[in-house]
Design a protein around this ligand. Structure first.
Ligand code: URA
Length: 234
């Protein structure tokens, strides 16, 4: 990889800023000063320092975002604000995209990454990575609805859902439920409750795999997912 590309990818500096940094003599490769932007390096083996500090190589990044209402989980949209618009300018230099979709009015855990293979593995229908949601309902949930979720229900258009878990975090309040899905059909939770004669009034994704959304993240905020946390997803 070219040295200027490596520095720009890993630090968020623009190519122009990297050129200036190199010109000023701020960069060493394996202990020797390096000024050429097109110097080829092996990011896995070569040690690059900028201003005396090692530039660590992260081939991919993984971000956990708490999506607010009103933002679409797409990479771009002609009219709507997207999850990528919520990133700080210094976090926009990688080609991040959301791994999976939440509706515009759904809040909670969206995973952004530039690792296409990882995203594919989370989304692949055959993998059945569980996704957990907190669901506010217009009407108290009935036992018949709980049973229909666990049996695997048929939606109004004939689509058949895999069995899903529906539980009550507070048994005193049957209008708040937790649902775990192992697939992701269009508007699935809304349509499942619709098929039970109920209506979703709020929906938040709280977990992907076994990794919960960080409770300290305000809506619209995000943080990097730690390496060891990735193992909780797949
Ligand atoms: N089910 C829905 O209906 N909407 C979402 O955003 C996610 C799951």
């Amino acid at each position: 990889m070219r040295l200027d590309k490596f520095l720009s990818n890993q630090t968020g500096l623009s190519r122009k800023e990297v050129k200036e940094l190199l010109r000023r003599g701020g960069v060493t490769v394996n202990g020797k000063g390096e000024k050429s932007a097109d110097r080829q390096i092996d990011p896995e083996k070569d040690t690059v320092l900028s201003g005396g500090k090692q530039v660590l190589y992260k081939p991919y990044i993984y971000i956990m975002m708490n999506k607010p209402v009103g933002v679409v989980s797409a990479s771009r949209d002609p009219k709507e604000k997207t999850v990528l618009d919520l990133l700080a300018p210094e976090d926009r230099h990688r080609e991040l995209f959301p791994a999976g979709r939440l509706d515009k009015d759904t809040t909670g855990f969206v995973l952004l990454t530039d690792d296409g293979d990882f995203a594919h593995r989370i989304l692949a229908p055959g993998k059945h990575v569980p996704k957990t949601y907190l669901v506010g309902l217009a009407e108290p949930v009935t036992q018949a609805c709980v049973d229909a979720f666990s049996a695997g229900m048929t939606l109004a258009n004939g689509e058949v859902c895999r069995p899903a878990e529906l539980t009550l975090p507070d048994p005193e309040n049957r209008q708040v439920t937790q649902v775990v899905l192992r697939e992701g059909m269009y508007h699935q939770i809304k349509r499942m409750f619709g098929a039970c004669g109920n209506r979703v009034i709020s929906l938040k994704r709280t977990k992907i795999g076994n990794l919960p959304l960080d409770q300290n993240l305000e809506e619209g905020a995000y943080r990097e997912i730690l390496h060891k946390e990735l193992e909780q997803i797949l």
